[in-house]
Design a protein around this ligand. Structure first.
Ligand SMILES: CC1=C(/C=C/C(C)=C/C=C/C(C)=C/C=O)C(C)(C)CCC1
Ligand SMILES: [Fe+2]
Length: 527
């Protein structure tokens, strides 16, 4: 198992032609660009957690029925400092490291309480974000790194905090149909306040500023005060509908005082995060027009969630689907010491990922009696009960268990939708199947093959498609049998039958997230 999770992967910056079996449709032209950890050992030092690994960006390029593969380590300051020192000198989520005394890029890592927040890593290993014609590797700190989507070369380091006061930001932004970005981040103890800030990055810049980055035109939409100054919630994504932004303030929280002293105490960032199972999970519904949060207090039981699947409005309700857990065992499971020998023994999740549907009424009869279920949608068993002080207590409907890394046809983002594509996981971190869930009928189609570990499935719509599931699913498959080369799997999203596969003889890494860039979106200047 060590081989798959913790072993350093080689980069392949020059394109490698894949061997294609099956027929690739001629309209599939573009790049599947993905990100994830590829190196967990530097010199004699090792990261503790799988989420700490140095970002290895990789791509599958589809051109005229052929597929080629490339990969390249993100040349972040973190990567460069580590490689130069031949040891880990920059702290990551699960590993506290001590800077090389000769180098001072990260020397600020021991700021004092007055500026509580340390200089974070720019090892952007989680996702890829598109702003206008630019592409960035992203993580959850204030840094993102521009990359060239064709050569995978690392370009400038961008500090979100130069444009908006945030110390952290999600790596799951939303895009509207024009490509404008909506994202959110946390501003910690700034001017005596801790808040969640929602911001917009336009998809284009005024003509006269053509060479400038869209980030320069970032605008704050609104902010939501944190329930607690020193314990803001951790969040990995958020939801949007046509008129609302959904932010879940979960009782999985950062402890700012612990973070401020972590460096001196020699403990990692992960130890500054804790799940308060006795607390509530607050549901914030922000009206995009008024930029105000709902006046009613809306909550559900304690839970931990990373991924929102989708959300929409229906007959005066906001419906949102998430993958949630009943504790934070997911983060625990990804410690490399647990991912080595007996994987199934060490990595039993104490809570299984469950796809849950929440429904919140938008307007309701103010005279409704306490105890009334305010959800009037016949299609769901989710409830929202009016309570004594006028607050609303929500209980979800479970749509399905054992799925993670959800994706949808993005044309349906924020709209009523029917299909979720995801990896299937049971009680261990190893995904063994790709699933398609019909949220209407709860029927599930799946793809699996012996020794195959699929990555997050990405949906690519067929041009001019009418049906939501008319398109292809792309998923890179790592194999646990050394005799079987890894491949990119292409499934017909409707039937879940294999359309083609493109095998590459490389040591493919397990990754996290990515995007498909249709050829028309690739800047011709890059070509
Ligand atoms: C370095 C660092 C962080 C990194 C978090 C990471 C890297 C999270 C990855 C999460 C994933 C991949 C979840 C998948 O579902 C924090 C905690 C934001 C804050 C402190 C500094
Ligand atoms: Fe994620």
């Amino acid at each position: 198992m060590d081989v798959i999770f913790g072993r350093n992967k080689e980069e392949h910056p020059d394109p490698i032609k894949a061997e294609v079996k099956g027929e690739l449709p001629s309209w599939l032209q573009g790049i599947l660009l993905r990100n994830g950890p590829g190196m967990h050992t530097v010199g004699e030092t090792q990261y503790n957690h799988w989420f700490d690994g140095l970002a290895l960006v990789h791509s599958f390029t589809f051109k005229n029925g052929e597929v080629s593969y490339r990969s390249k380590y993100l040349r972040s300051d973190t990567y460069n400092c580590n490689i130069e020192a031949n040891r880990i000198v920059v702290s990551e989520f699960g590993t506290m490291a001590y800077p090389d005394p000769c180098k001072n890029i990260f020397a600020k890592a021991f700021c004092y309480l007055s500026h509580t927040i340390p200089e974070f890593t720019d090892n952007c290993l989680i996702n890829i974000m598109k702003t206008g014609e630019d592409f960035y590797a992203t993580s959850e700190t204030n840094f993102i790194r521009k990359i060239d989507p064709l050569t995978l070369e690392t370009l400038e380091k961008v500090d979100y905090s130069k444009y908006v006061t945030v110390n952290l930001a999600t790596s799951h932004p939303h895009y509207d149909s024009a490509g404008n970005i909506l994202n959110m981040g946390t501003s910690i103890v700034d001017k005596g306040k801790t808040k969640y800030v929602i911001f917009k990055i336009p998809s284009s810049v005024p003509e006269k500023e053509k060479k400038k980055s869209c980030l320069k035109h970032l605008e704050v939409v609104c902010s939501i005060p944190s329930h607690s100054l020193l314990h803001p919630s951790y969040y990995h994504s958020f939801g949007v509908t046509e008129n609302y932004i959904i932010f879940i303030e979960q009782p999985f929280k950062l402890d700012i005082l612990k973070m401020a002293t972590a460096y001196f105490r020699g403990v990692n960032w992960a130890s500054c995060l804790s799940f308060h199972k006795e607390d509530k999970t607050w549901i914030h519904l922000i009206d995009k027009k008024t930029k105000k949060d709902a006046t009613t207090k809306i909550y559900t039981d304690a839970m931990v969630l990373f991924h929102h699947v989708n959300a929409y409005e229906e007959d005066g309700h906001v419906v949102f689907d998430v993958i949630s857990y009943s504790d934070n065992s997911l983060y625990q499971m990804f410690y490399l010491k647990n991912l080595t020998e007996d994987l199934t023994e060490n990595t039993k999740l104490t809570s299984i990922p469950a796809c849950k549907r929440f429904v919140v009424p938008l307007g309701f009869d103010k005279d409704a009696e306490v105890g009334t279920n305010l959800v009037k949608l016949p299609s769901t068993t989710a409830t929202a009960v009016k309570e004594k002080e006028g607050s609303i207590y929500c209980q979800p409907e479970t749509l399905c268990e054992g799925i993670e890394l959800p994706r949808i046809n993005y044309d349906y983002n924020g709209k009523k939708y029917r299909y979720i594509y995801a990896t299937e996981v049971q009680w261990s971190p190893v995904p063994t199947k790709i699933a398609k869930l019909d949220v209407l009928t709860k029927e599930k189609l799946s793809w699996e093959e012996e020794h195959c570990w699929p990555a997050e499935p990405v949906f690519v719509p067929r041009p001019d498609s009418k049906d939501e599931d008319d398109g292809l699913i792309l998923s890179s498959i790592v194999t646990s049998d050394p005799k079987k080369p890894p491949f990119l799997l292409i499934l017909d999203a409707k039937t879940f039958m294999e359309t083609a596969r493109a095998s590459v003889n490389v040591d493919l890494h397990l990754d996290l997230h990515g995007i498909f860039i249709p050829e028309k979106d690739l800047n011709p200047e890059h070509e």
